[in-house]
Design a protein around this ligand. Sequence first.
Ligand code: PLP
Length: 510
Amino acid sequence: MNNTQSTDLVFELSRPGRRCHRLPACDVPGGDTPLSQLLPAAHLADAPPPLPEVGEIDLIRHFNNLSARNMSIDTNFYPLGSCTMKYNPKRHERLAALPGFAALHPLQHDDTAQGMLELLYEMQQFLAEVSGLPAVSLQPAAGAQGELTALFVAAAYFRDQGQAHRRKVLVPDSAHGTNPASAALAGFEAVTVKSNGKGLVDLDDLKAKIGPDTAVFMITNPNTLGLFETQIGTITEMLHAAGALVYLDGANMNAILGITRPGDFGADMQHYNVHKTFTGPHGGGGPGSGPIAVRDFLAPYLPAPVVVKDGDRYRLNFDLPKSIGRVRSFFGNVGILFRGYCYIRTLGPDGLKEVSEQAVLNANYLRALVADGYDVPHPGPCMHEFVASARSLLRERKVRAMDVAKRLLDYGYHAPTVYFPLVVPEALMMEPTETESKETLDAFADVLLKIKAEDPELLKAAPHTHVISRPDEVKAAKEPVLRWTAAGRPADEPLPAGRKATAASPVGAP
Ligand SMILES: *Cc1c(COP(=O)(O)O)cnc(C)c1O
């Protein structure tokens, strides 16, 4: 096992007395008074915290080796469908780190933060323009929180209209799981609408489910199968005729930037995933930014504050009497909004359109290559992503989508999204994005076809090149063991294969 493969925790590398530094004796008069004489005994801990004691080079190696185990868009092709893992320009990191932005305090007076306020104001305008929906809140910190916020806005609007009886939110069966979850969290009842054989909304089922109690229809367009909902005009007309609102899950905006606008095809509200579409670095659960854009009649209910312009000054407007209130502290995830702003300004309107054209081209190219070896149940053309299926592999060789996904890790690829959307059995959902080269897509497709012909036993035990092969994923998510205890690992935590129970790694002298 080489260094990169060591699974020792930094606590297990610890040896008493090891240090990364030695401080000279304190020469401030009185500075060496023991804490026990300065603080009341009741406020003192019984013992110092059990922090690891490690020499500098061991510490550096430990964290460097851990970081080298990470898969990221900077190291590996990452075709994670729906999640839009595209290249994050490094220039934006430098700009976001400029002290004038990075060192701002959120409670600073508006007068001393004009640059940032101008940027946020323009970001509101850009997002309004791209969506065709005029009023924007930058506050939500993720797509899911954007959904929740917009549903709160819709609920406040209906209450104001004396239509609080509208309790139902309709959601297609191909929707992201956050859609029904947000509906429930916002106090609505989520009702599933079926897809038809083409992967689009089943209009008869939709019609049957629209009623006087319908508040909102949440639709993802293009949908999670990577298909543009061609009946969208009819759908929004049906909902509006029933007095309901249409919500667009905007996670898939990468396919339509500058080509069509949700506001133009009938949506009343949408969220963006700035961390997906506009390149905020993400993965591992954050950081995100999920601003929402809504029609003007919904603007009074948006979270306060919003950024406004008075003459040539920018300020935060808290004076929104009908606002649903704050959904996040301060002004949202400003760091990610900043990077999204840089991306939009760098590309401009023509560049944004080109993003989508390239993303769609890349997805269709990859789809055609993958279709040589895998089922692609919904024939093309697709938008920015497509869903293949390992169902014939399962039938013929007992190999599942999960096995293909795990084996890809051995070849240095991040796995596609698997088992989603639910309407495709053994789903392998792939989104290459516009930032990948033809060579990368060719190489990835070659590996996928090669995997298909590999020994099923080899695939079922994959990955073979990682420290941990197949953890119990449900347990890892539901009962994560995140804290080291002095007594060691909890008895029920399985040790990774090949790891000794007692740490015996050689540790260099400080
Ligand atoms: C990612 C995604 C979401 C949720 O966004 P988060 O920022 O992860 O909360 C919702 N819908 C779709 C289609 C997505 O891909």
